[in-house]
Write a protein that binds this ligand. Structure first.
Ligand SMILES: [Zn+2]
Length: 246
């Protein structure tokens, strides 16, 4: 794609990231995800255009509502930055036929990550959409790539579900959620041979956080780390920086 398009694409990505994060947070709070005006979670006041400007509004308000002083969830800022990175990188790295499915896949992962961070659940609908976009990206390359992706997904599903059940049987408590297993399998459709690296990267990131800030109940939402690990590994592969796995 022409380099001149990367900056406007990143700006659009910031707005899309804001929209996706707000929808996921609303859904996690049991609200209508896509309807209604943006409002403060603390006092409910409607937010005008200036107060919904991605990144700038959060920075200008120093992360608190101007009306009630309630803390604005920092996931809003993180989601906006992530949206900018996802769409900007897709435009920077990919040929034009792959930009839209890659950006959409990244934004779906962002929605899953935000929802999981709040609820420790990964919605099946988003996971299914990730698998479908992975299949579209594979088919754009070749039918052999699509078959490889489907085989990788089946292997990931069997291996990780076996591991999850073995852990549950041995320790009598869940080590890995079934939602995580399904998301890895869905990502494997796109990632193919790079899937193990995505899981390793996600595990290292999650472990790093768990060591720095242990959660009070010993549980951890793995979805956000899986999303970051998988999108990073996938984009490195898309950029052909990983010749053995391209
Ligand atoms: Zn407020």
């Amino acid at each position: 794609m022409p380099p001149l398009l990367v900056l406007p694409a990143t700006l659009v990505g910031l707005c899309l990231g804001s929209f996706v994060t707000t929808a996921a947070l609303r859904s996690a709070h049991g609200e209508q995800a896509l309807a209604g005006r943006s409002h403060c979670d603390g006092c409910g006041v409607s937010l005008g255009f200036a107060r919904t400007t991605p990144v700038l509004a959060y920075v200008a308000l120093r992360g608190v509502c101007a009306d009630c002083g309630a803390r604005i969830d920092p996931l809003h800022l993180a989601g906006e930055v992530a949206g900018g990175l996802i769409v900007g990188l897709a435009f920077y790295i990919a040929p034009c036929t792959r930009v839209a499915p890659l950006a959409a896949l990244g934004l779906l992962l962002l929605a899953s990550a935000v929802y999981d961070a709040k609820t420790r659940k990964l919605p099946d609908l988003l996971t299914f959409a990730v698998a479908a976009l992975g299949a579209v990206l594979d088919a754009e390359q070749s039918m052999a790539t699509l078959w490889l992706g489907l085989v990788a997904a089946a292997i990931a599903l069997v291996l990780l579900e076996g591991l999850r059940r073995a852990f549950l049987w041995a320790r009598r408590k869940p080590g890995l959620g079934f939602g995580d297993v399904k998301l890895v399998a869905a990502l494997a459709v796109w990632l193919g041979l790079a899937t193990p690296w995505a899981v390793v990267l996600a595990s290292v990131l999650a472990l790093g956080l768990a060591l720095r800030r242990p959660s009070t109940d010993g549980r951890l939402a793995f979805g956000p780390w899986l999303a970051i690990g998988a999108f990073s590994a996938g984009m490195i592969r898309e950029a052909h920086l990983w010749p053995a796995l391209s």
